[in-house]
Design a protein around this ligand. Structure first.
Ligand code: DCP
Ligand code: CA
Length: 619
């Protein structure tokens, strides 16, 4: 449908009417305005040709054309190679034809039997496993430099090589420092704190940033960007300029210290920062002044805007038979909402350069996990502590492993044990949580058991514990993937060799508690057979096999990993089963800090991995 002519320009007064908001003393003095802050400044900083740059740093290459391959496909192209017209979408053969001296680096892979990923001449997806760990580690180094260089900014990692940086806070500090008169409301200010700030001083835009032109007739290829900036200065422009200085310094530091060039976009929100970051890639930064927003947005093909590239963009293009942002501006909000639903307000606003999303440092779902137990029958003997610790460990193990299904590299920094009489007199001990292959019940229980010994070690006589809790704190995404893969490559399922004894993994070799005997007799590994696709449990004599689907879709290493995980899960099931049997039937209540959780009575015949999971799961 074409846009009716009578509608064109209908909403003109509302388009881009917020580009020069009145900024008052309140705005400069108040610090918690969030996304409503008229002095808000956000940047998006993205590494140039990141994987290729990582390989260049590793190989000590400076300006040779280079591509990174993953199996047959090109996944990164450095800028010297882009000069030959090579892009990610080219086949390797075409790329080599365009540039015969092209350096080709295949990403690192794990090879069967090796604990470390490496760079090999002949890689085969059936026997090798891609490792992106090196890029992740380099990415963390870049990210750490943002954090160190900009301690007062909010930083959100947006992808392996991009971060959003909210400069609002450090910029406000810099504004007040550089223009101290802004903090003094003049005695004759007519509206007190709501009086507009005095006109901003003239500033030099400097040479560290490109400026997006304000006028549509300006030649965007022109290097004389200053001449296309003749709109009156605002305090927001000053804020952008200050952010640009800070951004530039960090980018230069990253390039000098780590060897990675980056490109940044600086604007009033995330959407616009991202949009202008690639304006003059590589190794550049770009400022989008508020006054330049209409000129920059209007000619854009809206389907090139992130999130409008997919079905929504197609639907808009089909509905209105148009392609640019300017074409869609006459469509009233109500019409968008009637046709595309309430949330179409997001589209309406994005087309006008409005984005209300915040820059937020991403944190794991839960930074801590607590399993706790109020004991109707208090613990009076020191030897009875480990029993409850194992019960709590079973819950923690399930919960952490559940969370790790979403984020496999989650790792808790600390394990803490609290024990008390009532809620008021708790004693606690905590210790760093050891890094092991899998967070099994046994691993947690062993660490918890040590804490218990420390906690009650100097107690003489009887004890009376009516409340006990075991918790993880500091759960964060770590670079654990490499270590877990390294250990599974070592596992008997892969090597056919018996796993080193449990003490090596931090698991106890002896315990006074009766459960431990059961657990130690479990066929954790190896099992009765050394088959690489199935195993027979010595305890229940069941044979468990990998599913045909998994066998047909995963390589030998994937299968080994799945089998090792299956064994651990199965032996943990036996362990949890034994703990469940020994719990007093009437005291099956696990209390979290806020919730009371009842665990259903367990039925022997129902026991299976699901049954156990249900048993320990919150209901
Ligand atoms: N990547 C990938 N597969 C894709 C896209 C990207 O493996 N389809 C990887 C390789 C890239 C890295 O992610 O180096 C970052 O992606 P970018 O889209 O930011 O691309 P580059 O950093 O390579 O190039 P640019 O300079 O354009 O940002
Ligand atoms: Ca990039």
């Amino acid at each position: 449908m074409m846009i009716p002519t009578h509608q064109k320009g209908k909403n003109k007064a509302q388009d881009f009417d917020d580009l020069d908001p009145v900024i008052t003393y309140r705005h400069i003095l108040q610090t918690n305005l969030g996304i409503k802050d008229p002095l808000r400044v956000v940047a998006l900083c993205d590494s140039d040709a990141f994987y290729a740059a990582c390989e260049m740093v590793r190989l000590g290459v400076t300006d040779k054309p280079l591509v990174v391959l993953q199996w047959e496909g090109i996944i990164a192209v450095n800028y010297p190679a882009r000069k030959f017209g090579i892009s990610r979408f080219h086949k390797l053969k075409d790329a080599k034809e365009r540039c015969p001296e092209l350096m080709i680096v295949h990403v690192a892979t794990y090879k069967e039997g090796d604990a470390e990923p490496g760079y090999w001449d002949n890689v085969d997806s059936r026997t090798h496993k891609v490792s992106l760990d090196y890029y992740r580690r380099e990415s963390s180094k870049v990210f750490s430099m943002f954090k160190e260089g900009l301690p007062d900014a909010e930083i959100e990692k947006a992808s392996i090589d991009e971060a959003f940086i909210d400069f609002t806070k450090p910029v406000r500090q810099a504004l007040l420092q550089r223009y101290p008169y802004l903090s003094q409301i003049p005695a004759d200010a007519p509206n007190g704190v709501d009086t507009p700030l005095p006109p901003p001083p003239l500033i030099d835009w400097g040479t560290d940033s490109h400026l997006i032109p304000i006028y549509s007739n300006a030649d965007s290829e022109s290097t004389d960007e200053e001449t296309s900036q003749s709109a009156p200065l605002t305090w927001h422009d000053i804020a952008l300029r200050l952010a640009a200085e800070m951004m530039h310094k960090v980018r230069v530091d990253i390039a000098t210290q780590l060897g990675y060039t980056t490109s940044a976009g600086i604007a009033r929100n995330k959407f616009l920062a991202k949009l202008c970051a690639s304006y003059r890639k590589p190794y550049s930064q770009t400022i989008l002044r508020n006054q330049a927003i209409p000129c920059y947005l209007k000619p854009l093909e809206f389907q090139k805007i992130r999130f409008l590239g997919g079905k929504l963009g197609q639907a808009l293009a089909k509905e209105y038979d148009v392609s640019t942002v300017a074409d869609l501006l006459p469509v009233p909000l109500e019409e968008f909402q009637a046709k595309f639903g309430e949330s179409a307000i997001w589209v309406y606003e994005i087309l006008r350069g409005i984005d209300r999303s915040e820059v937020k440092e991403k944190s794991p779902v839960n930074k801590s996990m607590l399993a706790a137990k109020a004991l109707q029958k208090p613990i009076t003997k020191i030897d009875d502590g480990p029993h409850w610790i194992r019960v709590l460990a079973a819950e923690l193990s399930l919960r952490l492993n559940d969370a790790r299904k979403e984020r496999p590299n989650l790792w808790p920094k600390t394990l803490a044990l609290h024990a008390g009489h009532g809620y008021g007199t708790a004693r606690s001990k905590q210790a760093p949580f050891p890094f092991t292959k899998e967070v099994t019940v046994n691993v947690i229980a062993a660490a918890g058991g040590k804490l218990w010994k420390e906690l009650v070690g100097n107690v003489t006589g009887t004890i009376k514990v009516t409340y006990i809790s075991l918790g993880f704190t500091g759960i964060e995404a770590t670079d654990a993937s490499q270590q877990s893969i390294a250990s599974f490559l070592d596992s008997p399922a892969v090597t056919g060799v018996k796993r080193p004894n449990e003490e090596k993994n931090g698991k106890p070799s002896k315990s006074r508690h009766r459960n431990t005997q059961r657990v130690r007799s479990r066929p954790s590994s190896p099992s009765a057979d050394q088959n690489t696709t199935s195993f027979t449990c010595l305890e229940c004599h069941k044979t468990l096999s990998l599913s045909p689907k998994l066998l047909s879709t995963s390589d030998v290493l994937g299968q080994a990993y799945a089998l090792a995980a299956m064994k651990d899960e199965h032996s943990d099931f036996h362990f949890a089963e034994s703990v469940a049997r020994e719990m007093e039937p009437e005291v099956k209540e696990v209390r979290g800090p806020h919730k009371k959780v009842k665990t259903p009575k367990i039925q022997e015949k129902e026991i299976g991995p699901r049954g156990i999971e249900k048993f320990f799961n919150r209901t």
